[in-house]
Design a protein around this ligand. Sequence first.
Ligand SMILES: N[C@@H](CCC(=O)N[C@@H](CS)C(=O)NCC(=O)O)C(=O)O
Length: 245
Amino acid sequence: MKPHLIALSYSPWSIRAKWALDHYGIDYDYTQYTPMLGEPWLRMKTGRWRGTATVPALIAGSLVLMDSFAIAQWADEQGGNTPLIGDRSAQIAPWNDRAEAMLAAGRVLVTAAVERDPQAILESIPVPLRKLPGCIAIGRMGARYILRKYAIEGSADLRIAEMRRHAVALREALAANGTVLGSFSYADIAMATSLQMLRPPEGKQFSLGPASRRAWSLPELAAEFEDLLAWRDEIYEQRPRRRDR
Ligand SMILES: N[C@@H](CCC(=O)N[C@@H](CS)C(=O)NCC(=O)O)C(=O)O
């Protein structure tokens, strides 16, 4: 039986997992997850009845992985292409932590921006449900649900400062090596996907409506780190994923 990936097509965590699976040419069944409404189903599929349930989630036989880095490590073990992790796990893990911190800070800002914008809420609702009466109110509940589920301490300024700190570290690593660790690895994938919080990539590999695109943008940070966004866009282009779903 094929592995089954449950993911959110536009979410950077899910993009990392898909990127790793696609790098090794691993075929998998895919289910698009709906935040909040889909959670009981996600818990049932994964057996994760307690604690936080997140996507991406990969089910491969009796194995259930609910973390993008764990999914990438599993994909790496399957082999079939130049390793993204291989024996560099110890060097990659701190970059994965940086990427997580950047995304956690950015998620609060992005979700708050979506919650304020009815058009962005509408774009986040699965197409077949968009005509239902009250769908914007349900979507807004979904955004508030995410804000509560992933609440972190501190002001918006502190979050921006946190993101800036990691972006500066990335800039220094790239200046020294061209890639985060000297040759392309999962550290590049983790950091490149985190830059989505500054400005999402363009192009047909990445479909996001105009209001969502606005919500997913921090113009000041983006202007400060145009060099990193150009690096991100280049590796997205050079290393296209097989699917955007
Ligand atoms: N450490 C996890 C974090 C994943 C995560 O935060 N996923 C969020 C993305 S916003 C999610 O599942 N959101 C939907 C929800 O919580 O309903 C990973 O790397 O996979």
